[in-house]
Write a protein that binds this ligand. Structure first.
Ligand SMILES: [Zn+2]
Length: 227
């Protein structure tokens, strides 16, 4: 287990420096994958909200469902049209990623993954920000897998064929935090540079983050299999 490349599971976790998903088409379009007709929300819809603490990132036509978690994090909007157009295996739909990760649903079929006596199944590979205890303490945006789709991913995902990954049972996959675009309020309104910054829960800067992925920290991990 020596690689430090953050390789995606069928391209579904995409970030700086990550490769496009290739070549061979998997037989199943993952529940969390984006489709080409699904459109991201416009930045023009962002607004400055104020509360007792100060300015806060919001939407002009904000709804209660636009925020998640105890941090009230603003969630990235994307139209919901699974099946419309072509699947984009290199991109996760923000809404479906949240649902799968928050409610422990299989990232491939979207069904609830039951907890076994050993916990839930996750596939993981070493990433730059993982602790030396990896896979214990790994932080991931990739939701769990049902047993059938853990097997399918290992067989079909080109990225997994090219990297050192582990199939894990995780007894305590704790909510860790978010990734998204951290905005800064200037005289001209909100500006943003980075698009994929990691922020833990309770981080005060989450007030100005447009989040698109929920992360869990994998604790009490047992290795089931490896590449
Ligand atoms: Zn499944």
């Amino acid at each position: 287990m020596t690689t430090t490349r953050p390789l995606p599971l069928c391209g579904m976790e995409r970030g700086p420096g990550m490769p496009e998903c290739p070549v061979r088409k998997p037989s199943t379009v993952p529940y969390v994958a984006t489709w080409s007709e699904e459109l991201a929300g416009s930045e023009a819809m962002l607004d400055v909200k104020w509360d007792s603490v100060g300015p806060k990132l919001g939407y002009k036509d904000e709804r209660a469902s636009d925020r998640v978690g105890r941090d009230d994090v603003l969630w990235a909007r994307m139209t919901y049209q699974p099946g419309a157009g072509r699947p984009r295996f290199d991109s996760m739909h923000p809404g479906r990623q949240y649902v799968a990760m928050r409610w422990m649903k299989c990232q491939i079929c979207g069904d609830t993954v039951p907890r076994s006596k050993d916990g839930w199944l996750f596939v993981d590979w070493r990433k730059e920000y993982d602790p030396p205890t990896w896979p214990e303490g790994s932080v991931t945006a990739m939701p769990p897998l049902c047993a059938a789709h853990a097997r399918l991913s290992i067989v079909e995902c080109p990225h997994l064929r090219n990297t050192d990954f582990l199939l894990l049972h995780v007894r305590s996959p704790r909510i860790w935090g978010y990734s998204g675009a951290p905005y800064t309020l200037t005289g001209d309104g909100w500006t943003v540079g980075e698009r994929d910054a990691l922020r833990p829960v309770d981080d005060p800067s989450l007030r100005a983050v447009l989040a698109s992925r929920l992360y869990r920290e994998l604790r009490n991990v047992t290795v089931v299999g490896s590449a």
